[in-house]
Write a protein that binds this ligand. Sequence first.
Ligand code: AMP
Ligand code: MG
Length: 339
Amino acid sequence: MITKVKKIDAESLAEAKEIILSGGVVAFPTETVYGLGASAFDDGAVKSIFDIKGRPNDNPLIAHVYDGYDLSRIVDADPPYAAALRRAFLPGPLTLVYPSRGKVSPRVSCGLDTLAVRVPSHPGAQAFLRAVGIPVVAPSANLSKHVSPTSAKHVLDDFDGKIPLILDGGECSGGIESTVCDVTGEYPVVLRPGLVTREMIAKAAGRCEASAETVRPGERAKSPGMMYKHYSPRCRTMLFPVGDRAGAEAAYEREKAAGSRAFLLGEEKLAKAWNARGMSAFSLGNTPGEMAARLYGLLREAERRADVLIAVEPAGDGGVMTGVKNRLKKACASEDIPH
Ligand code: AMP
Ligand code: MG
């Protein structure tokens, strides 16, 4: 199969619509990362998403809809605070988990009685979802466990020859996957941290908790045993806690002495200092937003250029930093973590 990469226009949208409505898959941009889309109503198409990605079939998918889509077609009534969250943050990088009406393929939620729905704000995503007209399941457009894609090139690197069409909407501005928030209970619960933060949700809804898997502001770093790799680059990785710059530098020197192509990863001021000393280092940037936008691109660059990536956690907690640290840990945590 030839994989076409096309700018988003009337012609490519018509082609994308035809592919989706006939049970195929199309990759498309969102403001967070690129998604691998298929009709949420088509059992075979949903199955093919799991197959193409190599995604475990107990990891449910998010249904994406255009702004203005009548949610009551696929999910049940929700508490008033959910309406407040939609008003405050949608369209945008926030996925809400609702009671499902069971209208989409049962494979979407992997047997759960809930359905995760997102309304992305990216104009290309909106144009695509509007053209298709039905809910589109779209996990991140990367092979399972690989780094999420923030450009059409990243998608091509993982799926060249495996999917017919990638809609190219340029680089994703957000950079980390949407916040996932459960709205089936008395108050919202963040299941996955992202750019719409727990603090922002609490402000709009009156209260918001984070599920145990996420690091709350002020919480200490998790023990290595609780960390598992997820969004991983294809090189060895190490993650050092905030403040253990010396440990990271010692690891770098050890790796260099052993002949490895080693790279350090840290916030801008650290990276600049390392570069000034002749060490190879990637800069995450200065602000949490910048770090979110750069992280996955840097992880993909690291796997091309490095044998080992040695990361130092950025300072600060809460807000967008919670999402940045969550992804950095899932990408770089390994048995080597000196926690
Ligand atoms: P991805 O599509 O790769 O960004 O992953 C989707 C995320 O949404 C995963 O973390 C899923 O566990 C989560 N998710 C999707 N549907 C549900 C659901 N019904 N309940 C809870 N989490 C969900
Ligand atoms: Mg993913």
